[in-house]
Design a protein around this ligand. Structure first.
Ligand code: ADP
Length: 329
């Protein structure tokens, strides 16, 4: 059964449950409340008044319960829909590179490629598709560790340019080089930040690969690093399809994807930006996006500047704190 069919079925299940709640609870409650109001307004005795008030209170309680139930059903339906879409996306994401790996490997095995250059192109594609598969699996594992609260970052003073070089190396192994203008400049060889190098390189790779996926034929991807009052800003800018203002906040939500038409097809499972946000926020920083549909996007990760060392004793604030904690204990 396709993801779309399953998703349509769950929408209908959700609508049916809402309809049942409406018929079984809301309509009778409205009728009972009206009876209560009538009893209060035209009832002459105290008993009629008290009965009317009790009936209205009871109706209000039932109504509140039904309302909460509707909210829970709605939330549940949303999670189910997300899971179904995620499953169909992940199946597609796994199948596409596997099919192409099998096809190219078969072509080579059958000896259909006699030209050395063409054989190398086939091998290159196999390697790139394998790298993308590996990346997808890595993303799933990272997401699982984050969901279970097991993703811990080892922060050390690091040259930001080292993380950029790592990300650029992995990026080159995943993409076709034609038609990409990758500009890596001003990445501050001297800029030091307290980061988990592997995690930040991975977050940057997510942003770079998104720029690649969501850009047209002539791709321009620019990476820059700047030290500002806010901290150390590492940004990735592209000339891609851009994102509408109303979606710019939502794209950082887990599993959220926009139905955008790109030349590379709809690749992804909606985890990349939520992982980027988690990495940056766990470092005490934040990530933001500036974008305009049709003109491109600029994603910026802002990391706090490294804590200053005490010049007299040569110890950092953290070491100082640890010592004083130890002293107290
Ligand atoms: P995925 O790329 O796997 O769908 P992400 O979490 O990385 O998931 O991104 C969420 C959504 O944000 C994407 O589906 C896409 O619609 C949008 N998006 C992310 N980066 C860009 C970009 N550079 N340009 C245009 N749209 C983007």
């Amino acid at each position: 059964m396709s993801g779309k069919t399953r998703s349509t079925r769950s929408i209908w299940t959700f609508r049916s449950i809402m309809l049942v709640i409406l018929l079984v609870v809301v309509l009778p409650v409205t009728a009972v409340t009206s009876a209560g109001i009538v009893a209060i307004t035209i009832g002459k005795s105290t008993v009629a008044m008290v009965t009317g008030i009790l009936v209205i209170c009871l109706a209000a309680m039932v109504f509140t319960g039904a309302f909460i139930l509707m909210l829970l059903v709605r939330k549940n339906a949303r999670v189910m829909r997300q899971q179904e879409t995620f499953l169909s996306n992940i199946t597609h994401e796994l199948r596409t590179p596997l099919t192409s790996i099998r096809m190219y490997a078969q072509t080579l095995k059958l000896g259909r490629v006699t030209d050395q250059e063409k054989a190398e192109q086939c091998l290159d594609t196999i390697l790139k598709e394998a790298a993308r598969l590996e990346r997808l699996i890595d993303q799933m594992l990272i997401w699982r560790r984050i969901a279970e609260g097991r993703e811990i970052y080892q922060r050390k003073p690091t040259k930001i340019s080292d993380a950029v070089k790592d990300a650029a190396g992995s990026f080159r192994a995943m993409v076709d080089h034609q038609n990409i203008d990758l500009i890596i400049e001003k990445i501050g060889d001297e800029v030091i930040v307290e980061i988990d190098r592997a995690a930040v390189a991975d977050a940057l790779l997510n942003l770079m690969f998104n720029s690649y996926k969501y850009s047209g034929h002539q791709k321009k991807i620019q990476i820059e690093c700047e030290q500002t009052k806010k901290g150390v800003e590492l940004s990735v800018e592209d000339n891609g399809i851009g994102i509408e203002k109303k979606d710019q906040k939502k794209i950082f939500d887990r599993f959220f994807r926009l139905e955008q038409k790109t030349e590379t097809g709809t690749q992804g499972v909606g985890l990349g930006l939520s992982i980027v946000k988690h990495v940056v926020e766990s470092h005490g920083g934040k990530v933001n996006v500036e974008s305009e549909p049709g003109r491109g996007s600029r994603f910026t990760m802002i990391f706090p500047p490294p804590r200053k060392k005490r010049s007299d004793s040569g110890t950092s604030n953290e070491e100082e704190k640890r010592k004083s904690d130890g002293g107290r204990g």
